[in-house]
Design a protein around this ligand. Structure first.
Ligand code: G1P
Length: 290
């Protein structure tokens, strides 16, 4: 068994990033010179995924447009000798199969994942929330390994200060975290009050799920915020079978709001082989000017 498919829920309206997201989907906002969505796909491919299912809204056709052939651009690049960029353009959507499902009436993350059911089929699959950039495939690859080894679903975890838990799904751990960062989970709750939170371990936007989750999603009733919550479907799985979390202290950027997006851009720019030195000098100049 191998985890081959990744679902990327991308039907949200990006209201935290208006007015930029009025005409440009937040998933296509550039992280330096690459759309955020491309970095999410690269992370999935790096973990062994070869089929991406994007759950889109019909109001965001530019996401499909990003994967369309672009012969005019490629011809122009080739004619001007920019062969490497031409090849990068060709590779978009070629090196990995990309399919689309549609969520025209956003009713929550559980509902969004449920929209991918027919394209995923009866196999374990990953879910990557595109607002969150992880910087590497290591966490997702480790989660896929745990799913294959245990036959149960797996969530990505991060430890946060107690007063921050209310914005997230929070897990009830079983025992201690092992040397690989893996821990059993018996239950979880979506956006609890701080006083009711079962731990300080939050679910980050990475999941590797067994396909029985689709039946639990189909049975969902509105939960926190009146939405069909993925966390509530995962509770059903955790109650009956093996369910694990993988804890990493990853550099995680929330690119769905302006400050998180800017942090991701600056971090990536400083590390960039071509732009890094210039960006550092420019930032130092800006910070040292009166
Ligand atoms: C979603 C999930 C939540 C998870 C979070 C991670 O919440 O419902 O369990 O902790 O993503 O970012 P949202 O950010 O969509 O409110």
């Amino acid at each position: 068994m191998q985890v081959r498919t990744a679902v990327i829920p991308a039907a949200g309206l990006g209201t935290r990033f208006l007015p930029a997201t009025k005409a440009v989907p937040k998933e296509l906002l550039p992280i330096l010179d690459v759309p955020a969505l491309q970095l999410i796909i690269d992370e999935a491919v790096g973990a062994g995924i070869d089929h991406i299912v994007i759950v889109n809204s019909r109001t965001k056709p530019s996401i499909e447009a990003y994967f369309a052939d672009a012969p005019e651009i490629i011809d122009k690049l080739v004619a001007s000798g920019r062969i490497e960029m031409a090849e990068q353009m060709r590779s978009i959507g070629r090196d990995v199969r990309v399919s689309f499902a549609y969520q025209d009436n956003p009713r929550g993350l559980g509902h969004a994942v449920g929209c991918a059911r027919d394209l995923v089929g009866d196999e374990p699959f990953a879910v990557l929330l595109p607002d969150e950039l992880m910087g590497s495939s290591e966490l997702l690859a480790a989660m896929c390994d745990v799913c294959v080894a245990t036959g149960g679903s797996v969530v990505g975890l991060k430890r946060v200060p107690r007063d921050e838990v209310s914005a997230y799904g929070v897990i009830t751990p079983i025992g201690e975290i092992d040397a690989d960062g893996v821990i059993g989970i018996s239950d979880m709750v979506e956006k609890p009050a701080v006083a009711d939170a079962p731990s300080d371990l939050i679910i980050i936007g990475r999941y590797v799920l067994t396909p029985d989750v689709f039946d639990a999603i189909a049975d969902l009733k509105p939960g926190a915020g009146g939405e069909l919550q993925l966390t509530d479907a995962l509770r059903v799985q955790a109650a009956v079978g093996p369910f694990h979390g993988v804890l990493r202290d990853v550099a995680r950027f929330d690119t769905g709001n302006p400050v998180g997006w800017l942090s991701a851009v600056v971090e990536l720019a400083l590390d960039h082989p071509q732009y890094g030195v210039g960006v550092r000098a420019e930032l130092e100049r800006i910070l040292s000017s009166p």
